[in-house]
Ligand binder design. Structure first.
Ligand code: SF4
Length: 223
């Protein structure tokens, strides 16, 4: 049901207003946050980023030069800090190899979106959701991010099964949105996350949900 994703966008925007994502001061901070947010809540990421900033380490070369133990201590609040330190270094090495250490946003000019996506996926620890978050929010590419909230929403709306592949769901959402519109994709992903936190939780709170009338799971049964 691709066309319905633009209705989801309109409805959620009216209900919640603009979400002003991604919360970060620089494109590198977006990229770092996209890795640190794997398997943890955003408030923990904020603490780790604050530590990186306090130690003057939120720069590509500073991350690469920081002693491993100190970098791990900076990342400790985000959980899995050893794994994430390795992943962060891999990202920074990649940016350096691409000639983007000084200006990470310039990665956007190093090829078309498909080739950038593939190169990001080749970096250790970067999967589809992380790569797409970087493309969309750090590099301003019109790529839809699919996460667990999107998957759950699509399933409950009655549009897909629980095991739909990332690429299929991404294609489905993308097809319902104006081609090439980065702003809508940024906003829609943020709105879906907000819906997932407030209403469409593991145990859904359907009464009051802005999508209840359209939703197969939440629609009140008429007798
Ligand atoms: S009506 Fe219920 S199941 Fe449907 S989107 Fe809203 S919270 Fe989720």
């Amino acid at each position: 049901m691709p066309e319905n994703w633009s209705v989801v966008y309109q409805t959620l925007l009216e209900a919640f207003g603009p979400q002003h994502w991604w919360p970060a001061d620089t494109p590198l901070e977006v990229m770092v946050g996209a890795i640190l947010t794997q398997n943890t809540a955003w408030r923990n990421v904020e603490q780790a980023i604050a530590r990186l900033k306090a130690s003057g380490s939120l720069e590509v070369r500073a991350i690469l030069e920081r002693p491993a133990e100190q970098l791990e201590q900076d990342l400790r609040p985000a959980g899995y800090f050893r794994v994430k330190a390795v992943r962060l270094r891999a990202l920074c090495r990649f940016l350096e190899q691409q000639g983007c250490a000084e200006a990470p946003a310039s990665l956007a000019e190093k090829g078309d979106t498909a080739s950038l996506r593939q190169r990001l996926l080749d970096v250790h620890g970067i999967g589809e959701e992380t790569a797409d978050s970087i493309l969309l929010y750090a590099l301003e590419k019109p790529v839809m991010v699919v996460d667990a909230y999107t998957r759950r929403l699509s399933q409950r709306m009655g549009w897909s099964g629980p095991r739909i592949a990332y690429a299929s769901l991404q294609k489905d959402v993308d097809a319902g949105l104006p081609p090439g519109d980065t702003g809508i994709r940024k906003e829609l992903h943020a709105l879906i996350v907000q819906l997932g936190k407030e209403f469409c939780r593991a145990r859904p709170r359907c009464p009051g949900c802005p999508l209840q009338k359209q939703c197969a799971h939440g629609r009140p049964v008429s007798h």
